[in-house]
Design a protein around this ligand. Structure first.
Ligand code: NAD
Length: 323
């Protein structure tokens, strides 16, 4: 039986907890939040779970095999460092932080004290990504355009630059990560961010609400990713369009549209990538075989490097080289 602890009592902890709760030989033993009262209430949904208000208390009391970290971007650091000290594998939700300071420290510690880690870039686990990669292997990619157009998430920390990192670091990071997974490494970014609508609608918004980022890959491919969070709730457009010498590949939220010489095929995902992500991590914890984990801390760090470089480029108005 794998004994699991969860840190965070918000929306996304629930997504993971509900998946874990249905798995055989997995037991949620502890749920820790910044409020013990809320954590106890949250824990009451899971048969063997105890609620905690202090991470160290949970780690001292429960003999955990693995921990899930589902906290806002600004709150990372001490938790990961403590888990590395104790040798407890963790799955941490993206993004790794609001910048590179904490990830630098964690990465350095992981080099000295290696540990099984997984990062919540769940899109990598979609069925359609395997099909997409197969199509891309048989063609020459010219360029890619992508977008994450939506409304502002309601959680208090999202609208603040210091606590979320902004849309490109917090949200569009999924697309950056998918580009790295399907195209290769990025060598340079050039970004323009702006603010058009949110500050006039809410008092405490410090994140940009529009942005566009050009990415140059080491293999010569060019991509442009644009994002906005000004749309009314209910309106959204999220995806990547790959333009290749064999046709167009359009990756939507749960579909892949393949267009070749005017002939169109649509593939729909039938499995839940979050379940696959969880299974891959827990398989690694059980057996030591990490080959099914598609995003480790070390790999996700490279995605974070790009999104943080984009913010710097937007501030300086100049292209920024990666690495
Ligand atoms: N992979 C995905 O598809 C996906 C989707 C949504 C959210 N997320 C990520 O999950 C993370 C959490 O998002 P959410 O929507 O659940 O946020 P949320 O605000 O709903 O919940 C965050 C929780 O973290 C807790 N917390 C904050 N600091 C803490 C600390 N120091 N110790 C213990 N608990 C602490 C808060 O009490 C809260 O319960 C974010 O990084 C977000 O980007 C990922």
């Amino acid at each position: 039986m794998l004994k699991i602890g969860i840190i965070g009592t918000g929306w996304f902890s629930g997504v993971h907890a509900n998946i874990l709760n249905k798995m055989e030989d997995v037991c949620i033993m502890g749920i820790c939040g910044s409020s013990k009262v809320k954590a106890e209430k949250y824990a009451s949904n899971y048969p063997n779970a105890t609620g905690y208000g202090e991470v160290n208390e949970m780690l001292d009391r429960e003999n955990l095999d693995a921990v899930y970290i589902c906290i806002p971007p600004f709150a990372h650091g001490e938790i990961e460092l403590e888990l590395i000290n104790r040798g407890i594998p963790f799955l941490v939700e993206k993004p790794l932080s609001v910048d590179l300071d904490i990830p630098d420290e964690i990465l350095k510690k992981l080099k000295d004290q290696p540990l099984i880690t997984s990062v919540g870039y769940h899109f990598r686990y979609r069925e359609s990504i395997d099909i997409l990669k197969n199509e891309l292997n048989q063609s020459t990619i010219g360029m890619i355009t992508g977008s994450w157009m939506g409304s502002m998430p309601g959680v208090y920390w999202w609208r603040n630059q210091q606590t979320s990192g902004g849309q490109f670091i917090e949200q569009t990071t999924h697309l950056v990560d998918l580009l790295r997974h399907t195209v290769g490494e990025v060598k340079e970014v050039y970004a323009a961010y702006g603010s058009r609508s949110l500050p006039s609608r809410y008092e405490d918004v410090t994140v940009s609400d529009i942005g566009t980022v050009t990415l140059k890959f080491t293999n010569g491919v060019i991509a442009n990713l644009s994002n906005t969070c000004i749309l009314p709730e209910g309106d959204s457009k999220v995806g990547l369009d790959y333009y290749t010498d064999k046709g167009i590949l359009q990756l939507g939220f749960d579909t892949l549209k393949i267009s070749k010489k005017g002939e169109i095929a649509i593939k729909e995902d039938t499995t839940d990538p979050y379940v696959k992500e969880n299974e891959a991590f827990l398989h690694a914890v059980r057996t030591g075989d990490t080959s099914k984990i598609l995003s480790t801390y070390e790999d996700a760090y490279k995605t974070q490097e790009i999104t943080v470089a984009a913010l710097r480029s937007a501030k300086e108005g100049l292209p920024v080289k990666i690495g």
